[in-house]
Design a protein around this ligand. Structure first.
Ligand SMILES: Nc1nc2c(ncn2[C@@H]2O[C@H](COP(=O)(O)OP(=O)(O)OP(=O)(O)O)[C@@H](O)[C@H]2O)c(=O)[nH]1
Ligand SMILES: [Mg+2]
Length: 470
């Protein structure tokens, strides 16, 4: 076999999932990608390594030159490849063994096993994509619904970079104009009155809010909304979970205290993943196990985006129900009156009114609704799902959602906060230097979002979420 100089600079990994499949792909990237590939593949007589952007059939051979598999070799030359370096892909037959043998041979030849996400990291470091595009690659891999996938693709195609990039440039222009006025006051009176400055900041804030809405929508499309099914024992929480899933996932019995642990399942409705979390009924626990379950219920209640508080609508509300409902008014919730099949709909309407009447006047803007359904017959389930989705899509930006990570969303939020402070500072005449400083802070957040400024720790944090081979 040919020997090539060891090169830690050339990375290799299996890019396809482990397990039986039609093909498996071993990917190489770096200066020695072609040389390394040549050590493990043999082409038919008279044929050489494929030209860039071509594929060619070859034999994958072991160290004794025995053919192990018939493979396809693809070649993407630098700089027009995914990573911006020489990339070679060896497509073996599926199943894990051949690809594993091929990878091991390449490593023996001098390639280094790629870290998770290292191909995409190289694409970023070589200027092929910016950081927001790199993170959207992960979004594409993780998408569970078509809508989430579209949001990720929009981001990969550069929509987020263009949008956030434009806002960043406007922030920079405004900040520079203010700094010029500060540095050269003798040039004359400031051309920008406080009124004009406020108008410019307000316009930028609107754009940032729009960006924030689109990013929140994208995150929601990918991660879904977390909905906790909570309530007293025996009201039908697990029955509701099963009915929404259309499968008997959780154990249901007439014995109060059946569910002990948290059960989490995802359904997709109108393109939005809904994470349903069934919990143990709340009451004074009868044993240690139930007590642990109830601790978990309380933790889920805090964690959920939306709480479904389930009541047995066929029984009158008692003081304990009222006490629990009183405590719901701090959290977005839907109150569900279950077991509609057991009573007349008039009785349920009266019960709904009863619960609505408990809503204290003038509470902060939480979202709250009350509806009746039957987990047993399925009546009212679509209405419930519509309510959950309309709660989730409150921002109205779902169709334009941009795929972002929680990190990126936090940068947009931080930028918006700095801009709001700049607005206040200008109104309070705190001085142009203060406003300029806050505009600069808002801009820096967007630069971190776009990856115009980053450090190794940030890159490591981002790419460690990727799979090996991407
Ligand atoms: N008629 C009728 N019975 C229901 C309905 N939903 C649940 N039940 C019954 O109510 C009882 C309790 O149901 P579960 O789903 O186990 O109640 P749970 O709230 O999960 O109870 P815990 O796990 O003990 O907290 C069972 O006997 C169910 O068959 C419904 O819509 N109509
Ligand atoms: Mg249960």
């Amino acid at each position: 076999m040919e020997q090539v100089p060891a090169s830690g600079d050339t990375i290799a990994a299996i890019a396809t999932a482990w397990g039986e499949a039609g093909v498996a792909i071993v990917r190489l990237s770096g200066l020695c990608a072609v040389e390394l590939a040549k050590t493990v593949v043999r082409f038919k007589a008279g044929l050489g390594f494929p030209s860039p952007r071509f594929m060619r059939v070859a034999s994958f051979v072991d160290k004794d030159e025995c053919a192990i598999d018939e493979v396809l070799v693809a070649h993407f030359a630098a700089p027009k490849s995914y990573t911006g370096e020489d990339v070679v892909e060896i497509h073996t037959h599926g199943g894990s063994l051949v690809a594993q043998l091929c990878l091991e041979a390449l490593i023996r030849g001098g390639a280094r096993m790629a870290e998770p996400g290292e191909f995409t990291k190289r694409a970023f470091l070589n200027g092929r994509i910016d950081l927001s595009q790199a993170e959207s690659v992960l979004g594409i891999i993780r998408s569970r619904s078509e809508e989430a996938l579209r949001a990720a693709t929009r981001t990969l195609s550069g929509e987020l970079s263009a949008f956030a990039g434009d806002i960043r440039e406007e922030l920079l222009a405004l900040q520079s104009a203010l700094e010029v006025e500060l540095d050269f006051p003798e040039e004359g009176t400031p051309y920008r009155s406080d009124g004009e400055l406020l108008d410019s900041i307000a316009t930028l804030r609107l754009s940032l809010e729009d960006l924030m809405d689109r990013c929140s929508a994208g995150l929601l499309l990918r991660e879904g909304i977390r909905v906790a099914l909570t309530g007293r024992p025996n009201v039908g929480k697990s029955s509701l979970l099963n009915a929404l899933l259309k499968q008997a996932r959780a154990i249901v019995t007439a014995i109060p205290g059946t569910t002990r642990d948290v059960i989490e399942e995802v359904i997709t409705y109108r393109g939005i993943p809904i994470r349903l979390v069934d919990t143990a009924g709340l009451r004074k626990p009868s044993d240690e196990i139930e007590a642990r379950g109830i601790d978990r219920t309380l933790a889920e209640l805090r964690r959920a985006d939306l709480c479904l508080w389930v009541l047995d609508g066929s029984a009158p509300l008692d003081d304990q129900d009222r006490a629990y409902i009183e405590r719901l008014w701090d959290k977005d919730h839907i109150i569900v009156l279950n077991k509609l099949d057991l009573n007349s709909s008039d009785q349920f309407s009266a019960a709904e009114d009863d619960v609505r009447a408990m809503c204290p006047q003038g509470r902060p803007a939480i979202q709250s609704s009350v509806l009746s359904l039957s987990a047993k017959t399925g009546e009212g389930l679509d209405l419930l799902k519509d309510n959950i989705v309309s709660f989730a899509s409150n921002s109205g930006a779902l169709n334009a959602g941009l795929n972002v990570t929680a990190r990126q969303l936090a940068e947009v939020r931080e930028s918006l906060l700095a801009l709001a402070e700049a607005e206040t500072a200008t109104k309070e005449k705190a001085g142009q230097d203060v406003t300029a400083g806050l505009l600069s802070r808002a801009r820096e957040c967007l630069e971190r979002l776009l990856g115009l400024s980053y450090d190794d720790a940030l890159l490591d944090a981002i790419f460690s979420h990727f799979c090996v081979g991407k």
